[in-house]
Design a protein around this ligand. Sequence first.
Ligand code: PXL
Length: 280
Amino acid sequence: MKRIITIQDISCLGKCSLTVALPVISAMGVECAILPTAVLSTHTMFQNFTCKDLTDQIGPIARHWKQENIRFDAIYTGYLASAEQIDDVCRFFDQFKTEDNFIFVDPVMADNGKLYAAFDEAFPREMAKVCAKADIIVPNLTEASLLTGLPYRTDYDEGYLKELLQGLASLGPRHVAVTGVRPDEGRVGVMAYDQKTGETFTYYNELLPVSYHGTGDIFASTCVGGLVNGLDLGQALTLAADYTRRTIDVTTHTPDSNWYGVEFERAIPELLEQLKRLKG
Ligand code: PXL
């Protein structure tokens, strides 16, 4: 069985990070090993959340796995808890990157033009170091602007998006994919660029007039799960965009849904059907 290691936090309640990555990746038929960056009572959209930083565990866990000769088909990072653990995560990449696997970074730190509560303005520079070592990064528009130093815009044209993609590519990764792109008023999706071939890829769905927390984690987990299943990047991005949209749609049709996350569990059967179709 293929194996992904995902490095991100445990938000004990909140339907994001590891409580999304584990079920989605497992459902896609891939073993999901975890390296928790912190334990929080909830995600940081709640008031008064608790947080225990686990930076001091990264090195010892990595050392043990090295002794056990553990290998991974993909290394996938999400929410990192502090600037202090950036070097440890980069060292983990150096220890576990091989010729046969890839590094997939979701530079989780901001949305809607604003950094998340736990991060200060110096953090994006640290996250750029993690992105520099990646093969694929999947920032949203806010994260892309913070990583490149370009202004955050809600009103933009294709020229701005291309500048963002070029700026991200200059950090280092071969593949960059910006999420939450709205090419017009009615659609939302992803725009990707491969700096080796110079090709761009876009995929858009109808925009739903709501937004939920944790959908970026669903997108990233699905995308990396698709890649490890053998899909090409365009297929994996399509699968991830369609599943993310479906989880939002299902949630808006559930009368007792929670404000803090989507009902992704209900849409897992459709995800697996589409995965099967794409795998052929
Ligand atoms: O969904 C991204 C995410 C992950 N983990 C924690 C968060 C957030 C976004 O706010 O707070 C702890």
